[in-house]
Design a protein around this ligand. Structure first.
Ligand code: ACO
Length: 427
């Protein structure tokens, strides 16, 4: 197999190396291109650009394969907890029992927010969006962190535990302040996901004890969101990290990048779409017709993916989990029926088949979150809590790389040519 590639520019031939990944993915290494040819590449939306090499996550979008550190997502979903998976994603190997216990203890010991942070929550206006609160509070959290150098994996582990644990506390606290209920302290005896549900739903006079099935569904939701290579938010985290910003600042930027409806906000948009179909009374077929006609830029939310040209393996696992959870809770959610009909209709329709548009992670995740009682405007926050290990792992990869350079893409300027400055009295 050729490890070099040739490009011809203005009748001159240049040789460029080809980089081959562990799974045989090939990339033309253009690091010397501008030096050799005076040209840059242009790739709006980065669909053809590898921004880095990375050891964390492997995706084969054609086959619908997703692996964290080489381990298939299906095996992790079956056998591992979110906390174990988080450690695997961050440190590159499955934790030993000692690693796991130490990390769990760190998560428990660091779950409380500094008490002064309550004042920040009080300062947000009513109905402030929880993603805005989350991002602001992660940054606020960094002001309570001693500005110590992160030098060893132990330092990373402590910082990661603080961030992962407190993000969960902030998320629950932002919900509590939005519904004007007192903030609930974490419990020492609860595991990661149980503790989050407790802080969300307990009241000072009434403890919420999640059933194992509910805890398992949230655990799976988080695990399936733990990393997804160079998506919009993770690339943002790497971009900020490349300037040597700290872990907290880099992950706060990731939260903002995740917010929009084409990325993490899609889980909200899916439920809004299903509700709109239900309220319209015109049925699934009519909605699909409007999507295909691109009426007002309408898209089938929860469908399509830049990388997957096959069913997102996370969607399959979440669909199964949604079915089991609704069964366990004896919930008959009409939105699940609409979702199933929509999926079936789209999968048989040439418009979606030709464009290789399949359900993505957001298509069924909202059904699970609704069943658990998570309010709609917290859905993307849930995604952010789950994605934290991936952001931390990507931050670490940049931090640990002695050859890391600041991310600084170029552009092709298409504005005015040299233009004269016109003094104010002549304009
Ligand atoms: N519904 C209808 N048509 C779609 C959809 C969709 N969900 N997604 C893509 N298309 C169509 C486009 O209109 C385009 O059609 P055309 O060739 O006739 O112009 C074609 O498929 C290619 O679409 P692109 O915009 O080039 O695809 P891109 O890779 O840029 O977008 C994205 C990927 C943003 C995920 C897109 O599929 C989308 O908007 N999906 C809905 C939002 C969503 O679910 N986002 C969550 C993604 S997963 C995540 O971030 C966690």
């Amino acid at each position: 197999m050729s490890r070099r590639c040739h490009v011809e520019v203005d009748s001159r031939r240049y040789e460029l190396p080809v980089v081959v990944g562990t799974e045989g993915e090939r990339a033309i290494d253009i690091r010397g291109l501008r030096r050799q040819t005076g040209m840059i590449t242009l790739d709006d939306g980065y669909a053809n650009t590898g921004s880095c090499t990375s050891d964390i996550t492997y995706i084969d979008g054609e086959q619908g394969i997703l692996r964290y550190r080489g381990i298939p997502i299906e095996e992790l979903a079956e056998n591992a907890s979110f906390v174990e998976t988080a450690w695997l994603v961050i440190f590159g190997r499955l934790p030993s029992v000692t690693d796991r216990n130490r990390f769990s203890n760190l998560l428990t010991e660091n779950s409380m927010l500094p008490d002064n942070m309550r004042k920040h929550f009080e300062a947000f206006p009513p109905h402030a969006h929880p993603m805005a609160i989350l991002s602001a509070m992660i940054n606020a959290l960094s002001t309570y962190e001693p500005q110590r150098q992160i030098e060893s994996d132990d330092d990373v582990e402590l910082a990661a535990a603080r961030l992962m644990s407190r993000v969960r506390t902030i998320a629950a606290a932002s919900y509590k302040s939005s519904v004007d209920e007192p903030l609930i302290y974490p419990r020492y005896d609860f595991k990661y996901c149980e503790n989050f549900l407790h802080m969300m739903f307990s009241l000072p006079y009434k403890e919420y004890e999640p059933s194992p099935e509910v805890a398992r569904a949230i655990n799976l939701f988080m695990l399936l969101h733990a990393d997804h290579e160079q998506n919009c938010s993770t690339s943002t985290v790497r971009m900020v990290a490349s300037g040597q910003a700290n872990m907290f600042a880099s992950c706060a930027a990731g939260v903002c990048a995740l917010w929009g409806p084409l990325h993490g906000g899609a889980n909200v948009a899916v439920i809004q779409m299903l509700e709109a179909i239900r309220a319209s009374g015109t049925g699934v077929a009519d909605h699909v017709r409007r999507v295909k006609n691109k009426e007002a830029g309408l898209r089938l939310m929860g469908f399509g993916h830049r990388v997957y040209r096959n069913t997102d393996p996370r969607a399959k696992l979440l669909k199964k989990s949604a079915d089991q959870l609704l069964d366990h809770l004896h919930i008959d959610d009409p939105l699940l029926e609409i979702a199933q009909e929509l999926e079936q209709t789209a999968l048989e329709d040439p418009y979606f088949i030709e464009r290789k548009l399949y359900p993505n992670v957001d298509f069924y995740s909202g059904i699970i979150l609704r069943a658990v009682g998570i309010p709609l405007d917290m859905f993307t926050v849930m995604f952010a809590i789950g994605r934290m290990p991936g952001w931390i792992a990507n931050w670490k990869e940049i931090h640990d790389d002695p050859h890391s350079r600041i991310y600084r893409p170029r552009q092709v300027y298409t504005g005015n040519p040299l233009t004269e400055f016109v003094p104010r009295d002549r304009r």
